[in-house]
Design a protein around this ligand. Structure first.
Ligand code: GLN
Length: 379
C-alpha cells in the first residue's frame, strides 16, 4: 500500500457515527440533520426520477444547475459569477476542496491550515502532496495571532485554507481578520481556498463575509461550498467550486478525472432549491438559532462549559472536569454508557489538545431534548 496513506488516519468523525450506530446512541457526532429537506425538494426529486435525466451531466455541472447557482451566489457573494466559466459542480464540497488543492498545489508545496480544523484538510493536503503549516486558533475565543500567521506566510505557502463559518469552532471570522488574511495573501502571493458550507447558518449579530468579495481577492480565491447544509441534503453530495476561469480550467480537469461528475438527476432536482427565494434562508437561520439556543441552554443546566457558536452547527464543550484518559475514550464511553455520541476534539487539533469534544445540533428538537436528558448522567 502507498506511503501517503500512512500519514493520516481514517476519519474520526465518520468512525464516531459507526460507534454511535453500534450502541444505538443519539448521534451528535457527524454533522448532518435528522430532519427531512423541504418537501418541494423531495417532490422535485420524485418528478426527476420518473423523467429521462439518468445519464451523465456535463462533467463540470448541468447547465441549468450552474445557471441557477451562479444567480444565487452572485447575489449572496456580491460578485458577478459566470456560470459558463467560473463554476465546477462537484460531489460535495469534500471533492471541491480536494480538487482545489490538487489544482493549485505541487508536491512539497506548503498549505496554511488553521488549527483546530475540519479533519479533511490535513488529509487533502497530504493526498495532493502538500504539507500543512498550522496556525493556532486559540480557545476559548479561537482568535489567531497576526505574527504567527505572518510567520506561516513567510514560509511561502501555495494556499491558505479558510473554513468560515468555522467547523468545529463555530467561529465567524470578522472583517478585520479577513482583511488581515487578504493582506498577507496579496503580500505573499498565496491562493485562498475557502470552505463556506455554513454560509447561511450564522447567528445574529454575526455576519458571514465571503472572502472572495474582499477587494482584489476574487482573483486568488477558490470558494468551495455545497447544498448539503443549506438545504439539508448531505446525502445528495452536491458541492461546487467558484473561481476565476483560468483556475476553473484546471479544476475541471482534476474533477473530470476524479469523479466525471456529480449525479445528474440530483442536480436537476436541486434547481428547485436554488430558486426558493430569500425567505427560505431567513427561516433556515431562525430554525438554527432556535436549535442552538435550546442546546446551549441545556448545556448550561448541566453546568458544562463551552464556547458559544457564532455560526455553523457545532459546539465545543470542555470536559476537563471529568477524569478520563483521553477525549477519545470519553467519547467512546459516552456513546456506550450515556447514549450520546460526540467527536473527540483532538481529531481537529494539530497539538495534543484533548479536553474538548464537539457536539452538533442539526437535529429535531425532540432529538436534542432526549440527548440532553441522557447527558444528565454526566452530572
Ligand atoms: N461536516 C460534517 C462534520 O464535520 C461531516 C461531513 C462528512 O462527514 N462528510 O461532522
Amino acid at each position: 500500500l502507498s506511503k501517503r496513506i500512512e500519514n493520516f488516519t481514517d476519519s474520526v468523525i465518520r468512525r464516531m457515527t459507526r460507534i454511535a450506530n453500534s450502541h444505538g446512541a443519539i448521534n451528535l457526532s457527524q454533522g448532518f440533520p435528522d430532519f427531512d429537506p423541504p418537501s418541494e425538494l423531495k417532490n422535485a426529486l420524485e418528478k426527476v426520477a420518473s423523467g429521462s435525466i439518468h445519464q451523465y451531466a456535463v462533467t463540470w455541472g448541468a447547465k441549468n444547475f450552474r445557471e441557477a447557482l451562479a444567480k444565487e451566489q452572485s447575489k449572496f457573494m456580491g460578485i458577478p459569477i459566470d456560470p459558463q466559466t467560473q463554476i465546477v459542480v462537484t460531489c460535495g464540497s469534500t471533492e471541491a476542496m480536494m480538487a482545489a488543492m490538487m489544482t493549485v498545489c505541487n508536491p512539497q508545496d506548503k498549505v496554511v491550515v488553521f488549527s483546530p480544523f475540519y479533519e479533511n484538510y490535513a488529509a487533502d493536503a497530504i493526498l495532493s502532496g502538500a504539507e500543512p503549516i498550522y496556525v493556532h486558533l486559540r480557545p476559548p475565543e479561537f482568535k489567531f495571532d497576526v505574527n504567527e500567521l505572518e510567520e506561516a506566510f513567510k514560509q511561502g505557502p501555495k494556499a491558505l485554507i479558510l473554513c468560515n463559518p468555522s467547523n468545529p469552532t463555530g467561529k465567524v471570522f470578522t472583517l478585520e481578520e479577513l482583511q488581515t488574511i487578504a493582506y498577507f495573501a496579496k503580500k505573499y502571493d498565496t491562493f485562498v481556498i475557502t470552505d463556506e458550507v455554513y454560509e447561511h447558518i450564522v447567528y445574529d449579530p454575526y455576519q458571514h463575509i465571503y472572502f472572495a468579495s474582499l477587494p482584489g481577492m476574487f482573483e486568488r480565491t477558490i470558494s468551495c461550498s455545497s447544498l448539503s447544509k443549506t438545504y439539508s441534503i448531505t446525502g445528495w453530495r452536491l458541492g461546487y467550486l467558484i473561481a476565476p476561469s483560468h483556475i476553473i480550467d484546471g479544476a475541471r480537469k482534476v474533477h473530470d478525472f476524479l469523479t466525471v461528475g456529480a449525479a445528474a438527476p440530483l442536480q436537476e432536482a436541486a434547481v428547485v432549491a436554488l430558486n426558493f427565494g430569500d425567505d427560505y434562508y431567513e427561516e433556515l437561520k431562525r430554525s438554527y438559532i432556535d436549535k442552538r439556543d435550546f442546546f446551549i441552554k441545556g448545556l448550561d443546566k448541566l453546568g458544562l462549559k463551552y464556547t458559544v457558536p457564532q455560526g455553523a452547527y457545532y459546539v465545543m464543550v470542555d470536559i476537563s472536569e471529568f477524569a478520563c484518559e483521553s477525549d477519545l475514550e470519553f467519547c467512546e464511553w459516552m456513546a456506550k454508557e450515556v447514549g450520546v455520541a460526540a467527536v473527540p476534539g483532538s481529531s481537529f487539533f494539530k497539538d495534543n489538545v484533548n479536553h474538548l469534544i464537539r457536539f452538533h445540533f442539526a437535529k429535531k428538537k425532540e432529538t436534542l431534548e432526549e440527548a440532553l436528558k441522557r447527558l444528565e448522567k454526566l452530572k
